[in-house]
Write a protein that binds this ligand. Structure first.
Ligand SMILES: NC(=O)c1ccc[n+]([C@@H]2O[C@H](COP(=O)([O-])OP(=O)(O)OC[C@H]3O[C@@H](n4cnc5c(N)ncnc54)[C@H](OP(=O)(O)O)[C@@H]3O)[C@@H](O)[C@H]2O)c1
Length: 284
């Protein structure tokens, strides 16, 4: 495993296991597989409806001696309707209870809408009370992270954003790093969109290192110093996605991947008002 040292000196694994879209009934087993294989960073969210099952897997992994709590890095996120300061305070306590944890390693604001400053104050208090080890945001574009980092007391440690070969976000990478905010990639495979796993260029690069397209993509992000989350419900893929620490992509291959950038989301634009209305449930 490789690690990133966050701006508060907390050590964060550079590869994690994401559980978005894993049904509750399959989450415990998938997370246990991931921990047995060697993943230490687990990423969930209130919105994923599987935090309790992540907590069950963590408890079992610790009780059966596979890992110690301090070896794990557990992330969850607050949703927009929890952002008011008092709501956020009780939401954080609720999360710890639901996940059967004494503390979280990372707590994120899932989306950049609503009372983000009120929620952040509650998150800062939770950090100071030892309930959370680091704080972050998600889906904050470069302009938003500059404004936010300037106005809050504790600069976010992490910003979780979509990063994949179709949406490489060099500007976001640059501005987050400038403000000492660690970029973290969601949907590194663009969930397979635009036929990512069958892309000829990625396949050719993979052949050179005897690696799959998925492994090439994960390695490409790790080499950009971007923490990356991969999700799978299949044990062999969970294992495959972890096997990315025994090779280095050459500069030439990093450049070839650069050429795939479409400079737009494979999913949605966080500044599109229709998307904002749909996500928040707000409209006039
Ligand atoms: N902050 C946010 O707003 C946000 C948004 C989205 C995601 N996330 C986080 O980021 C994590 C990763 O993103 P994601 O789950 O959306 O997408 P992803 O990791 O890009 O893609 C997951 C998809 O790829 C497939 N897959 C995984 N490994 C594979 C392999 N080696 N070969 C072929 N197919 C493979 C999976 O299928 P199977 O499961 O069938 O194997 C699944 O359909 C999430 O789980 C979540 O924790 C955060």
């Amino acid at each position: 495993m490789e690690y990133s040292i966050l701006n508060n000196n907390v050590k964060m694994p550079k590869l994690g296991f994401g559980v978005y879209q894993i049904p509750e009934s399959e989450t415990k087993e998938a997370v246990l597989h991931a921990i047995k294989i060697g993943y230490r960073l687990i990423d969930t969210a209130g919105a994923y409806k599987n935090e309790a099952e992540v907590g069950e897997a963590v408890k079992e992994a610790i009780n059966t001696g596979i890992v110690k709590r301090e070896d794990l890095f557990i992330t969850t996120k607050l949703w927009i309707n929890e952002y008011k300061e008092q709501n956020a305070e009780s939401a954080i306590n609720g999360r710890l209870q639901k996940m059967q944890l004494d503390y979280l390693d990372l707590l994120l604001l899932h989306q950049p809408y609503g009372d983000i400053y009120g929620a952040w104050r509650a998150m800062e208090s939770a950090l100071n009370a030892g309930k959370v080890r680091s704080l972050g945001v998600s889906n904050f574009d470069a302009g938003k992270i500059v404004e936010f980092a300037k106005l809050v007391e504790i600069t976010p440690q992490v910003n979780q954003l979509e990063f994949n070969p179709w949406n490489q976000r060099e500007k976001d990478e640059e501005w987050n790093k400038k403000y000492s905010v660690q970029p973290e990639a969601w949907a590194p495979f663009a969930e397979g969109r635009l036929n990512l796993f069958h892309n000829k260029i990625l396949q050719e690069i993979g052949k050179k290192y005897n690696k799959t397209v998925g492994q090439v993509v994960l390695r490409w992000l790790i080499q950009r110093d971007i923490v990356v989350l991969a999700k799978s419900v299949h044990e062999e893929r969970i294992r495959e996605n972890f096997d990315v620490f025994d090779f280095n992509l050459s500069e030439e291959d990093m450049d070839l991947i650069k050429g795939l950038d479409k400079k737009e989301s494979a999913f949605f634009d966080h500044n599109d008002p229709i998307f904002v209305e749909r996500l928040t449930g707000w409209s006039i």
